[in-house]
Design a protein around this ligand. Structure first.
Ligand code: PLP
Length: 412
């Protein structure tokens, strides 16, 4: 396997060292093949918001398994999960299930283009929308609007329609609209960034994008693959009160099985085949196992007080991390929303990817190794958000903060 992993983010390239091979996961913990236990703040990169291998999810899966793993035909469970998603997410009136966040984002882009009859799109530097060609443009400041691909194998012709702007920069978006009249199909963004480290939208940014897109006949798309059902039951759009035209989802709604989804206004979604002419399909889409894990996960999340608990746990964690850094006289800026958190080793504020890249990544690497030695599994990159779950107890948080204090002392 290239690099020894099935997905590059799992390797330890940017922090140094070799990736840890897991044997099993449960609740807030992961055990490696040597039997070492870690308190896990990645949660399979998002899905494990109820805790790993939640007993209700596992029991439901066992029952569903007996009825078969894939029907290749409509199943009742798809309707159940669709209804739950539509009830929860303000922008979603109609939804299509796919098998990953990548697939959701590439499908939503086709839909943006099909519906508007325009080819260009605007994305933001540092935002990740899966690995489809058209989104693999990060474009540093010099090439900000040139649409140069980030990866060999992505032809320029594929990304020439991808325009980029710095996050939290409405003026840059305004300029792109002015420079490309009637050519931009829409704006896609992570309403809370988790793939450039944890970066929050400044007041007015999401609202401004909502106005700008409307003004220019373009669509607003929230990529809530990460923030969906994590920062509130209705995602970032419910939390901030800004409703996009279309939304992509994944991670939590699959409860640990491969799922993605895209949805939005019925009028737009009616474009999707077979209701409309825009083709998009999938052999295993909406399969009963993935739907079951998603339904059970949302049922657990829907119970009273879950998001308050997640919020409290996460705030205690990030508050404690910041305090520990300050005691060690390490510059830090960090925050949390719902069950998502992040910090950068710099004075801050971090408003966009440029700011994020200026943080001390060498110190992050050292801290990552020091925390691992103390049984804490953080994302192996300074540019990833952290995730908590309902399974993280007060004792887990306290143990984690002690490890932070000890690690700061060890590395500084
Ligand atoms: C993880 C992620 C994706 C891609 O999802 P996969 O299931 O890994 O293909 C897309 N967008 C965002 C915001 C993500 O966090």
């Amino acid at each position: 396997m290239p690099g020894g992993v099935s997905s590059p983010v799992r390797a330890f390239r940017s922090v140094g060292g070799q990736p840890i091979v897991f044997d099993r996961v449960k609740g807030a913990y992961a055990w490696d093949v040597d039997g070492n236990r870690f308190i896990d703040y990645i949660g399979s990169w998002g899905p494990a918001i109820c805790g790993h291998a939640h007993p209700e999810v596992i029991a439901a899966l066992q029952e569903a398994l007996e009825k078969g793993t894939s029907f290749g035909a409509p199943c009742e469970l798809e309707n159940q999960l669709a209804e739950m998603v539509i009830d929860a997410v303000p922008s979603v009136e109609m939804v299509r299930f796919v098998n990953s966040g990548t697939e959701a984002c590439m499908s939503v882009l086709r839909l943006m283009r099909a519906y508007t009859g325009r080819d260009k799109l605007i994305k933001f530097e540092g935002c990740y929308h899966g690995h489809a060609d058209m989104f693999l443009v990060k474009a540093g400041s010099g090439v900000a609007t040139l649409g140069l691909p980030d990866s060999p194998g992505v032809p320029r012709s594929t990304t020439s329609n991808t325009l980029t702007a710095p996050y939290n920069d409405l003026e840059a978006v305004k300029e792109l609209f002015a420079e490309n009249p009637d050519a931009i199909s829409g704006v896609i963004l992570e309403p809370i960034v988790g793939n450039a480290g944890f970066i929050t939208p400044e007041p007015g940014f999401l609202e401004g994008l909502r106005e700008l897109t409307q003004e220019h006949g373009a669509l607003l798309v929230f990529d809530e693959v990460m923030s969906g059902f994590r920062v509130s039951y209705g995602g970032a759009q419910a939390r901030f009160g800004v409703t996009p035209d279309l939304t992509t989802m994944g991670k939590v709604i699959g409860g640990g099985l491969p799922v993605g989804a895209y949805g939005g206004k019925a009028e737009i979604m009616e474009m999707v085949a077979p209701a409309g002419p825009m083709y998009q399909a999938g052999t295993l889409s909406g399969n009963p196992l993935a739907m079951t894990a998603g339904i059970k996960t949302l049922e657990v999340l829907k119970q009273e007080g879950t998001y308050e608990r997640l919020e409290t746990t996460t705030q205690r964690l990030i508050g404690g991390i910041i305090e520990a850094a300050k005691e060690a006289e390490v510059p830090i800026t960090g925050s949390s929303i719902g069950a998502m958190f992040g910090f950068f080793f710099c004075e801050g504020p971090v408003r966009n990817f440029e700011d994020a890249k200026a943080a001390n990544t060498e110190l992050f690497g050292k801290m990552h190794r020091a925390m691992l030695e103390r049984g804490i599994y953080l994302a192996p990159s300074a540019f990833e958000a952290g995730f908590t779950s309902l399974a993280h107890s007060e004792a887990d948080i306290e143990a984690t903060l002690q490890a932070f204090r000890d690690s700061f002392a060890a590395v500084s």
